[in-house]
Design a protein around this ligand. Structure first.
Ligand code: NAD
Length: 383
């Protein structure tokens, strides 16, 4: 029985994702469960080294969670030969420069998406990481959501027959920041700072569609900024230069089509903040973050269009819940555990920086499709 330690520089832990999902719900949660069970009585103990720009914020987080190591000096942290992994959840625009330093220092890499603000940058990181022989992974948390795991189970079980179409609805109202504070950081709404809903969400849609239904082969998008003025963290008005809604149509390998609306300017009239309806010849499903409901062909009603009469069916009552049949862990933590097993045991890990680059590619092509007013093929990426 041995306890091995993996030392992880965590950059961006003062941010929304870095703190809550990655530090608290993943790395510290793994420590709370006694480390990561590697089998044979061995455990892996993650030791975070908090990295950031603001000393007082880092010290405060370190003290709150009884962590000994934090630093505002990334170069010094990377120079530490006992450090194994560099994790990055900074603002997207700061990522490439920091990751290049980590590659030069020979650290394994685990990165938030998008891995870079443009495809060239994302491919560059993937090539450099391969050349340096370090292990690398990108956060692709949505496929670990309970709702999507249940959807995957339905696909694997042949529930749908031939899958025809996917329609996704993602979004919620993000307050402008004047009379109620915005619930997302202001850089999300400034293109010059790496913001925009297309670069934020299309990377997610790329791996969700790819893993569940088939690679995206073509994209057509309409992208817009519905709310042109917002108020920042200091209460100052600013021009929203980035898109806050993207309406995309994605053709998939295998013939299905997906249409996904992504918006920070929509009010929620759904059961969950994201929902995907999948229609197949033998059945349909609606999956969200946690829940999944189905309707089999044998239980499909036969509505008849007649606007003169009230609907005689309560359509939403005619769907059946898919049971959990398993305990679902936090999606970020589940992927962290797989990545750490990849580092410690050399187990395979599918979501590398090439996968990360595919997400950036889809975002870039989505924006170009809008700018050029046409559908664009999505070429298969290689390094
Ligand atoms: N996987 C997901 O579902 C998901 C969800 C939201 C965001 N993200 C990604 O996570 C990353 C962080 O997003 P967030 O919402 O946590 O952002 P945030 O603004 O809350 O946090 C940003 C972090 O970067 C640091 N930072 C470094 N340089 C900065 C600079 N020049 N300006 C401002 N902050 C700087 C901040 O100190 C902070 O720690 C982004 O790349 C984003 O795309 C992923």
């Amino acid at each position: 029985m041995a306890r091995r330690t993996v030392r992880i520089a965590m950059n961006g832990v003062t941010g929304r994702m870095g703190y809550r999902q990655h530090l608290l719900r993943s790395v510290l949660a793994i420590r709370e469960q006694g480390g990561l069970d590697l089998g044979g009585g061995d455990t892996l103990w993650p030791e975070p080294v908090l990295v950031g720009r603001r000393e007082h914020a880092l010290r405060e987080i370190a003290e709150r969670h009884g962590l000994a190591e934090w630093s505002t000096d990334l170069d010094a942290v990377l120079a530490d030969t006992t450090l194994d992994v560099y994790f990055d959840a900074q603002v997207t625009s700061a990522r490439v420069e920091a990751v290049k330093k980590a590659i030069a220092a020979g650290k394994h890499l685990y990165l938030e998406k998008p891995t870079a603000t443009d495809l060239e940058g994302a491919l560059d990181l993937a090539r450099l990481a391969d050349a340096a022989g370090v292990k690398h992974g990108v956060v692709q948390d949505k496929i670990f959501l309970p709702g999507l795991l249940k959807l995957k189970r339905l696909i694997d079980g042949g529930f749908f027959g031939r899958i025809l179409s996917v329609r996704g609805e993602f979004g919620y109202w993000v307050f402008e920041g004047d009379w109620q504070q915005a619930q997302r950081p202001s850089w999300n709404y400034r293109a010059q700072d790496g913001g925009g809903i297309t670069v934020d969400m299309f990377p997610h849609w790329e791996y969700v569609l790819h893993e569940l239904f088939g690679r995206v082969t073509a994209v057509q998008a309409y992208v817009t900024t519905h709310v042109p003025t917002r108020w920042d963290e200091q209460g100052e008005p600013y021009e929203a230069t980035a898109d806050d809604a993207a309406y995309g149509i994605f053709q998939l390998e295998g013939g299905a089509v997906a249409q996904i609306n992504s918006s920070w300017a929509v009010r929620v009239n759904r059961d969950e903040l994201v929902e995907f309806q999948v229609d197949g010849t033998h059945g349909s499903a609606v999956a969200g973050l946690r829940e999944c409901r189905v309707q089999h062909r044998s239980a499909t009603p036969k509505p008849v269009w007649n606007p003169d009469l009230p609907a005689t069916y309560a359509f939403r009552d005619q769907w059946q819940d898919v049971p959990d049949n398993a305990a679902f862990d936090n999606g970020f933590k589940a992927e962290w555990e797989l990545f750490l097993r990849h580092v410690a045991l050399d187990e395979p890990f599918a979501w590398d920086l090439l996968a990360g680059a595919r997400g950036v590619q889809l975002a870039e092509l989505g924006l170009r499709s809008h700018a050029e007013g046409r559908r664009l093929d999505v070429p298969e990426l290689t390094l």
